[in-house]
Design a protein around this ligand. Structure first.
Ligand code: PLP
Length: 383
């Protein structure tokens, strides 16, 4: 248990809620979930499924109709051929991280992962007994992974390389050149890529690229994707992995059998509706995010001592606050206690997040403007 880490976002949320229960007004910029409701046709499909009697266990890897829809979606969007027996449906996408690391990482195997990055990677690498090897995401490279450095970090003990593009917390996205270099260096080696593509449909000035799309790379790539972010379905708990082979999918399914048995039946039926139905609400949501992103970046850059890059995907900004010469975690605490704005310290995503804060713009423009106004005032008092 001591090897398990945590996700600070849930802790900051609890702290902010406690302050709210004491009567304080708090602006929430910490939470990584769309503030939109799940599109109506998806909700209607779930209601219909419940009325039609989808009340029971399903196959552990998922209902065939959903696995087929996922296989078709991944095949089309990544320009590869995925069959339904390579797909495992899980309650949220997170279990795919958990299961893949448990299945593939043994004691002392090295796993290269993005830092700052989603904290569950490092937590699960350690839990599985592996050795986490952070690959720093640096602002000079627009927070993209430095693939030359990744190549140098690899040793004969490297078993897996985790990619996350678009990235949480920085909003960066790997480009074609990055992926080609990685593929050239690692294709055919006994190394898996774990490609977390949960934000693949939330991009602005680029299209999300998958390393699995590069020739020969599908055979060593696990794709994680899901419904939480794209369809504003965080509370439904629905995600999936597209595995390189039916054999590995069978192993991951064994972990499903030993833990969840299956994902909720009516939720899976909603997933079919999400993938096969109208995507106009998704496009509209992404356009709204784009407007907020532009405004938030502009407002942050107007604060003396703060600089913020324009993210290319997801719904986070990662402003540089190094000029205040304070630990990021202290700044985040100060902003919550003194300004009533909940944000995350960059270090909640690993030590290379020092000097940065993460703000989520998955909230209304009014809250964003109010929150950033209060941040500006509080930081102004520090100068
Ligand atoms: N991967 C990344 C990078 C995330 O940011 C998240 C959620 O915050 C997940 C995976 C997990 O998504 P889910 O809510 O579907 O489990």
């Amino acid at each position: 248990m001591a090897r398990l880490g945590t996700e600070t976002a849930f802790e900051v949320l609890a702290k902010a809620k406690r302050l709210e229960s004491q009567g304080r007004r708090i602006v929430h910029l910490e939470i990584g979930e769309p503030d939109f409701e799940t599109p109506h046709h998806i909700v209607a499909a779930a209601v219909q499924a419940l009325q039609d009697g989808w009340h029971h266990y399903t196959p552990s890897a998922g209902i065939p109709a959903l696995r087929e829809a996922i296989a078709e979606h991944i095949s089309r969007t990544r320009m590869i051929t995925v069959s339904p027996d390579q797909v495992v449906v899980t309650p949220g996408a997170k279990p795919i991280i958990f299961f893949s690391l448990l299945a593939l990482i043994q004691k002392d195997d090295e796993v290269i992962f993005p830092n700052p990055g989603f904290p569950i990677y490092e937590s699960m690498i350690r839990f599985a007994g592996g050795t986490p090897v952070p690959a720093p995401l640096r602002e000079e490279l627009e927070f993209r992974m430095d693939v030359d450095e990744v190549i140098k970090l690899a040793t004969p003990r490297t078993k897996m390389i985790i990619l996350n593009s678009p990235n949480n917390p920085t909003g960066s996205a790997l480009d074609e050149h990055d992926l080609e270099k990685l593929a050239a260096a690692f294709q055919g080696k006994d190394i898996f890529f774990f490609s977390d593509e949960i934000y693949s449909q939330i991009t602005y000035d680029c299209q999300a690229l998958s390393i699995a799309s590069l020739r020969g790379m599908q055979a060593q790539t696990i794709i994680l994707d899901g419904f939480s972010k794209t369809y504003a379905m965080t509370g439904w708990r629905l995600g999936y992995g597209a595995l390189p082979s039916p054999e590995l999918a069978a192993q991951i399914t064994k972990l499903m059998i030993n833990s969840n048995s299956c994902t909720a039946a009516f939720t899976q039926m909603a997933g079919v509706a999400a993938l096969t139905g109208d995507h106009a609400p998704v496009r509209q949501m992404v356009e709204t995010f784009r407007g907020r992103r532009d405004r938030v970046v502009k407002l942050l850059n107007e604060i003396p001592g703060v600089s913020c890059r324009l993210p290319r995907g997801a719904f986070y900004v990662f402003p540089n606050v190094k000029s205040f010469s304070r630990k990021s975690s202290d700044l985040a605490t100060l902003l919550l206690n003194e300004a009533g704005v909940a944000v995350l310290s960059g270090t909640a995503f690993g030590r290379y997040g020092e000097g940065y804060l993460r703000l989520s713009y998955a909230t209304s423009m009014e809250s964003l403007e109010e929150g950033i106004g209060k941040i500006a005032e509080a930081l102004g008092r520090l100068k």
